[in-house]
Write a protein that binds this ligand. Structure first.
Ligand code: G3I
Length: 323
């Protein structure tokens, strides 16, 4: 018998990142969100440039729409993301000021955004992608350049002060394919914990692919849990065309292989202690919505639903792993 929904089988929140325009304009997309999921993240609508396009201008329209949609449909909201080196508005990238002015800019943004959504957003990705490929702090981040290495500590402290009940996450990618990245991220997170920074969780993006072994994905998840923090599988998708072949097709064999990978990942995540399972979130809903199609400019099918929002074998794998 077909299962009722992801939210019915999973013992923790299962979410998707959403595009606000699809949520507003596509009935099938909206129906999948309301029937299948128990958590939601804005794919773009809560990023710095979307919420804070001018120095004294905030635009809450799309994010407020999402929060009210979530509350009407019993979805938990995860906030993504307060500080990222990417997707910054022009006024920030050209901002002229000393370190005190930069500190004020960072603090004001965090306090205004977290304060606006206080009580409505359960957790925040406070800092996103601060680690580079060698495992050190990313030098190309404007935040680090103007505020020094400890900007991360202060970002968490400002967010905590603005909503003491919100769960605060450090979110990054590559744990499953790069030991340097995985160990660098764990080092950072353990340092934050040791210094008493109010961090509650670690987000593993897990934009992964068919050529990454299940064992490496399991190591990514279990080593994050070994920090003692909550773990969020925060941006899951599994590429099935890692070679980026221009003319690939999604065969039954590929669909079956993808099912096995989704199942193994979900099983590993489900085996974590219940108190550490913040949830598992896919990065959008249907294959046609995935950022991976734009990114690789090639055929891709990374998500549990197909282009017309029908359940794929990957969906069944997820269900088997979550049950
Ligand atoms: O909305 C504008 C549109 O008005 C404009 O005409 C068009 C022209 O470029 O751009 C549109 O904005 C795009 C936006 O997505 C919405 O589609 C941006 O250019 C584009 O850069 C943006 O890409 C997003 C990317 O983050 C950068 O913010 C992707 O959708 C989103 O999936 C991706 O998500 C990131 C996570 O935040 C962090 N982890 C990695 C993940 C994948 O890159």
């Amino acid at each position: 018998l077909p299962v009722a929904s992801l939210r019915a089988v999973a013992p923790f929140p299962v979410g998707a990142a959403v595009s606000i325009s699809l949520l507003k304009n596509n009935a099938a997309y909206r129906r999948v969100m309301t029937t299948e999921y128990s958590s939601v993240t804005a794919e773009n609508a809560m990023k710095f440039g979307a919420l804070h396009p001018g120095a004294t201008t905030y635009n809450w329209t799309d994010a407020d729409y999402l929060v009210s949609f979530a509350s009407q449909n019993n979805l938990r909201v995860h906030g993504h993301t307060l500080l990222w080196y990417n997707s910054l508005p022009g006024w920030v990238t050209t901002f002229q000021g000393d370190s005190a002015a930069w500190e004020n800019l960072m603090r004001t943004h965090i306090q205004t955004v977290v304060g606006h959504f206080k009580g409505q957003v359960q957790g925040w990705d406070v800092v996103n992608e601060a680690i580079d490929d060698a495992g050190g702090l990313r030098t190309a981040s404007l935040w680090r350049q103007h505020l020094g290495d400890r900007y991360i500590d202060r970002a968490f402290a400002y967010a905590h002060a603005a909503d003491p009940a919100a769960l605060l996450f450090y979110n990054d990618y590559g744990h499953e394919y790069s030991e340097a990245r995985r160990l660098g991220i764990l080092r950072l997170v353990n340092d934050l914990k040791a210094r008493g920074v109010p961090i509650h969780g670690i987000g593993l993006q897990l934009h992964t692919s068919s050529n990454i072994s299940d064992a490496r994905i399991a190591t990514a998840i279990t080593s994050a849990a070994a920090t003692g923090l909550r773990v969020h599988v925060a941006e899951l998708d599994i590429s099935m065309n890692p070679a980026k072949a221009a003319t690939a097709t999604f065969t039954a064999a590929l669909a079956a292989a993808q099912k096995v990978k989704y199942k193994a990942l979900a099983q590993t995540y489900k085996a974590l202690p219940a108190a550490q399972r913040y949830g598992l979130t896919t990065w959008n809903v249907g294959d046609a919505d995935s950022w991976k199609r734009n990114d690789c400019r090639c055929p891709e099918w990374p998500l549990p639903f197909d282009d017309t929002y029908q359940r794929k074998p990957a969906y069944d794998g997820l269900v088997e792993g979550l049950q």
